[in-house]
Design a protein around this ligand. Structure first.
Ligand code: 5RP
Length: 228
């Protein structure tokens, strides 16, 4: 029941997100279960309204779903701009800063978000928090020397854990890197942490998405709220 309710909230956010797309737009598509509903709703609009849009996907999961449902997909380097990128998020704080990467796709998501003129996040209301950090912060880490990176993070008191799959194997990203999650509880100074992580050799990208998003769509049980 609870899961159904969360899915309904995600669906409401996804449908509202899809309503922002206009004919002839170049769209970035994020990754995750909320984006699933977005892609479904967008494909429906493309068919029913005969929209001519092109999309760039941040994961092979999203690309396959979109193509299967009839949305034209291109590689990021094949398009000259992106009008709008719509993605999910794991946490969004009161200042609209976010954590992403729960689906291990944050590096591609950050590249696409950075290339986009406008960024919209679609979330169920449980993702809205006062401060970031209860959700473990994902880092994409190059496998070579990753134990050394782990030790450095550990010695800084950042509580790192390699992300493992159901078979206890290290989770691999799109480019076969590892994910280390930082279990921080609370992140008091997201910009300082982001700056430090940006300078750590071996960390390809972290999941702090700061000053990135223009609009957040919060899915509730019976509607979706668009902020601002
Ligand atoms: C993937 C992400 C997702 O957008 C984030 O994990 C939210 O996923 P969901 O919509 O399934 O809750 O950052 O890397």
């Amino acid at each position: 029941m609870e899961k159904n309710l969360i899915n309904q909230k995600k669906k409401n956010a996804g449908i509202k997100g899809a309503s922002l797309v206009e004919d002839k737009m170049m769209i970035g598509l994020g990754t995750g279960s909320t984006v699933f509903y977005l892609v479904e709703a967008l494909a429906k609009r493309v068919k029913e309204e005969n929209l001519n849009i092109t999309a760039v996907a941040t994961s092979s999961r999203t690309a396959s779903l979109a193509e299967e449902l009839g949305i034209k997909i291109k590689q990021l380097d094949e398009v000259d701009h992106l009008d709008l990128t719509i993605d999910g998020a794991d946490e969004i704080d009161a200042n609209f800063q976010g954590i992403k990467g729960g689906g291990a796709a944050h590096t591609l998501e950050k590249i696409v978000a950075t290339a986009s003129n406008r960024n919209v996040w679609i979330v169920d209301e449980s993702k809205m928090v006062n401060e970031l950090g209860a959700f473990p912060l994902p880092l994409e880490v190059v496998p070579y020397g990753s134990s050394k990176v782990y030790e450095r993070l550990d010695s800084e008191g950042l509580n790192p854990k390699f992300r493992l799959d159901s078979k206890n194997q290290k989770v691999l990203t799109h480019y076969h890197n590892y994910i280390i999650d930082l279990h921080l509880g609370v992140i008091k100074h997201p910009h300082l942490l982001a700056q430090w992580l940006d300078h750590q050799v071996g960390i390809l990208e972290h999941g702090l998405f700061l000053d990135t998003v223009n609009t957040v769509i919060v899915g509730k049980s019976d509607k979706a709220e668009v902020i601002p």
